[in-house]
Design a protein around this ligand. Structure first.
Ligand SMILES: *[C@@H]1O[C@H](CO)[C@@H](O)[C@H](O)[C@H]1NC(C)=O
Ligand SMILES: *[C@@H]1O[C@H](CO)[C@@H](O)[C@H](O)[C@H]1NC(C)=O
Ligand SMILES: *[C@@H]1O[C@H](CO)[C@@H](O)[C@H](O)[C@H]1NC(C)=O
Ligand SMILES: *[C@@H]1O[C@H](CO)[C@@H](O)[C@H](O)[C@H]1NC(C)=O
Ligand SMILES: *[C@@H]1O[C@H](CO)[C@@H](O)[C@H](O)[C@H]1NC(C)=O
Ligand SMILES: *[C@@H]1O[C@H](CO)[C@@H](O)[C@H](O)[C@H]1NC(C)=O
Length: 479
């Protein structure tokens, strides 16, 4: 298909720094002249502007919601990958308004997948369209089932500079079929994710809406320099394992301005599972989450773990809003996980209708198999929570460390939790150690160590906050 596709629409891409954004719009308009349809002109941000643009329809794509576009997506990416090399200029694949049914396909480097505001990419309901791929080495097996797993709807491996964006277009996993197979225990393999990028550097996912993923929504794994911004994620609150954004063995991640309603954790930071994660040894670190709004009645707003066997450190979260969620921040681990969760800093959370504001679990039982090391005891330390207001709370906190290996250096300051109903023990704590100041209701005894003022919160800027995206202009011909 690629060979007889119509010629690419080469777009004169105007690349300049964000600061010059207004100027660039003018320049783009002038260059395209009066013939260019104004409505078709738009701007996008990318690590580098793309020199080549093509539309999915150039590769035989049909946006009727019933025709499979798997071959069209594959030939489009194959064709555009000719520009993905050093000096190739990069390419953008434009997905026009329409409903584009497809099975899984992979992206390439120096590449942007751009969705029109009325574009909907629909996940195929034909299981034969979903290839089976190897389990992640740091998990040793699929998360649902032993052995391989279904590929993710949009995938990519060993990429540099890849962007999924648009004018808030939609990627709909049509997950109901998968959820029902999961509930009926009829899955042969682990469900695919909506987006999974592996072994990649510089990944931007921005201004798209993701709905009804078969399982996790966004899964960057073994990657660095990842930005997820302005993403809306919606899944029924009882759909199984529809986690929002799960950075897994990733460094330098920025998640901001996202709105997530889901059946599992809104954000879950992970790094591999028991002996497989320990052997792989790749941590998740230098991660910032800000301005997240979450609804997660059965899970956490931000979870750390439960798979954390490569270690998790330096996580910063601020300006977090949640309603009707199980817990604000939850640390989940177990004997056998090994590694550590350390240097976690959270401030300014506004929560309403919560089961627990804070939850730590040292006995989260799920293991990949029975070969885990009973001496692999995880270390949890240097955890700070401050400036939190929570209303309609069931229990302020449930903090359960590991016997003989208490979770330590916990600092909690300036937290007000208003209980929905008064209770005798608003805090339950075992095997934890720390300090607190200005916390209502009064914390459990192990956290009553006196403390003056604020808890630690790093003052340095993370490198991912300095990633510069360029403002780029594109235009597609009127169809
Ligand atoms: C997402 O859209 C918002 C609003 O239009 C814009 O300010 C922001 O720069 C966009 N982000 C990216 C990474 O494209
Ligand atoms: C995507 O790439 C991965 C890794 O190279 C591969 O295993 C998988 O089969 C590819 N998926 C598709 C749909 O081609
Ligand atoms: C992708 O990167 C990983 C980690 O660097 C490497 O082990 C693997 O061989 C690479 N795969 C390909 C297809 O280049
Ligand atoms: C994007 O679309 C979703 C779903 O329709 C909507 O809830 C959200 O407000 C939209 N975001 C923007 C920035 O328009
Ligand atoms: C916790 O982390 C902060 C920021 O990195 C650091 O300043 C502080 O010394 C750490 N505290 C402990 C007890 O490790
Ligand atoms: C305590 O937290 C509240 C809510 O975030 C904030 O408005 C207030 O400034 C904080 N107080 C101090 C002393 O930091």
């Amino acid at each position: 298909m690629a060979s007889n596709a119509s010629p690419l629409h080469v777009v004169r891409c105007v690349c300049l720094l964000l600061l010059a954004a207004s100027a660039s719009a003018t320049v783009a308009a002038r260059r395209h002249g009066p013939a260019a349809p104004v409505a078709g002109q738009s701007m996008y941000l990318a690590p580098s502007c793309r020199a080549h643009t093509a539309s999915l329809t150039d590769f035989g794509g049909v946006g009727d919601g019933t025709t499979s576009n798997t071959a069209a997506f594959k030939s489009a990416v194959d064709h555009l990958s000719q520009y993905s090399g050093e000096g190739g200029g990069g390419a953008m694949l434009y997905v026009p308004a329409g409903k584009w049914l497809t099975g899984p396909f992979n992206l390439t480097s120096h590449f942007t997948l751009f969705l029109h505001s009325d574009a909907v990419i629909l996940g195929s309901q034909d299981m034969a369209e979903w290839p089976i791929i190897d389990p992640l080495p740091s998990y040793g097996r699929g998360r649902d089932k032993i052995g391989g797993r279904d590929a993710s709807l949009i995938g990519g491996s060993n990429l540099t500079d890849v962007v999924i964006t648009g004018a808030n277009g939609t990627i709909d996993g049509q997950g109901a079929m998968w959820w029902s197979k999961f509930h009926q225990n009829k899955l042969k393999y682990t469900r695919g994710y909506l987006i999974e990028v592996m072994h990649s550097d510089t990944v931007v996912i921005a201004n798209v809406t993701l709905v009804n993923s078969p399982a996790w929504n966004i899964h960057p794994v073994y990657s660095s320099n990842v930005v997820v911004q302005g993403v809306t994620i919606l899944a029924p609150t009882h759909s199984p394992n529809t986690d929002g954004i799960n950075p897994d063995s990733c460094s330098h991640v920025r998640i901001e301005d996202c709105y997530i309603v889901s059946g599992d954790d809104c954000v879950a930071i992970k790094s591999g599972w028991d002996e497989y994660g320990i052997a792989y040894g790749m941590p998740s670190q230098h991660i910032v989450v800000r301005r997240l709004t979450c609804v997660s009645p059965t899970s956490a707003v931000i979870a750390l773990g439960s798979e954390m066997s490569g270690g998790i450190n330096d996580v910063r979260a601020e300006d977090i809003t949640a309603v009707n969620s199980e817990s604000g921040v939850r640390i989940k681990t177990a004997v056998g996980r090994g590694a550590y969760v350390r240097d976690v800093f959270v401030r300014r959370m506004s929560l309403d209708t919560m089961k627990w504001v804070f939850w730590m679990t040292g006995n989260y039982k799920s293991h990949p198999d029975d070969k885990y090391d009973p001496n692999a005891i995880p270390v949890v330390e240097n955890i700070s929570y401050q400036d939190v207001v929570a209303t309609a709370v069931n229990t302020a906190a449930r903090l359960e460390g590991i016997q003989g290996a208490p979770f330590r250096d916990i600092c909690i300051a300036n937290v007000t939790a208003t209980l929905a109903k008064s209770r005798k023990y608003p805090w339950t704590c075992t095997d934890v150690e720390g300090v607190s100041a200005g916390v209502t209701p009064s914390p459990c005894q192990p956290l009553q160590g006196s403390h003056d003022g604020a808890c630690p919160f790093p003052t340095d800027t993370l490198p991912i906050d300095q990633l510069v995206l360029q403002q780029c202009a594109y235009s597609v011909p009127a169809i």
